[in-house]
Design a binder for this molecule. Sequence first.
Ligand SMILES: *Cc1c(COP(=O)(O)O)cnc(C)c1O
Length: 370
Amino acid sequence: MSSVQETVLEINLAHLTHNFKYLKSKVDPKVKILSVVKASGYGSDAVTIAKHLEKIGTDYLAVAYASEGITLREAGIKIPILVLHPQPINFRSLIKYHLEPSIYSIRVLREFIAKAEELNQQDYPVHIKFNTGLNRIGFWENDVNYIIEKLKETDAVKVVAMLSHLAASEDYDEREFTLQQINSFKKSASEMIGRLGYSLILHQSNTSGILNYPEAHFDMVRTGIGLYGYGNEAKFDKQLKPVASLKSVISQIHKLEPGETVGYNRAFKAQGYIKTATIPIGHADGIGRQYGNKKGFVIINGKKAYIIGNVCMDMIMVDITNIDCKEGDEVIIFDNKDNAATIAEHGGTISYELLTAISPRVKRVVIDDN
Ligand SMILES: *Cc1c(COP(=O)(O)O)cnc(C)c1O
């Protein structure tokens, strides 16, 4: 493969296919797969990722906000799209683009029914979200009565699914809590189904739920981070392949003498004779200030080069004193889970944040080996 000549995020679709198949192999063939493509497909490119997943047979897609779903519809995506966290102000366009809302509170249910009635909808599909312990969004177990009463008054909407979200499915120490969440969900589900008189698509698991809690697979699972190649745990990481690789190039090399400084506020001071490389990627591209001052690193010709001084808006400077390299050489910021997870950890964060921070300014290059 030829080396890159500017900052790019490579998106590997063969790896996406591999991860999708791996995750699918972990659930019963009857269980539907919902692929989460929020936040630009975890920082990659939502349309590219969603189109590929539609092609290889995902049953559902999910985004966080209505605007993200509209982008997918405008790109020609036809399969069901769940909006995980919609706001009432967007209900009109959500309905116009036939997106399925996750309804998470009494206020949101009331407002959605009102909008669906105003737009003369019949049996508009909605998912009801229950809070089983994450305490983020969702109805409580004892809201079932209210939900059913409200639904009885209208034929504009129809509940097609019920969901909840696990708080700590990647954490073995929280097993007891997770099992409680699963039980709470089962209890609300059987009440809802009993009262409605028909069955619902039940879904509760995220990626770690798929891998760690077969008892929480129900009728559909929601996978995000796993599709992009991260398993939250070494034994699963090995089975998954990273979809996104962030690469750049050496713009310029400097030789500095002891006492010279690098970057804004002269934050790095050379102790001896050193060599630095300037790379065209900065905090405006998603490499935050927390990676400066030797927290983060890049890889040049197989060797780690630490970021020295402060991260600039458009550039970082790295120490290449002991690396054999020249201007124009390729630089890898991350291309696998080891380096992405390590950089994230050094920056005091997690791979989810490192990935989703990559800004639109970084050119996306799709690699389709199929
Ligand atoms: C983001 C999200 C997911 C995906 O979680 P992963 O850990 O990335 O698999 C699933 N469900 C909900 C409600 C989410 O917000």
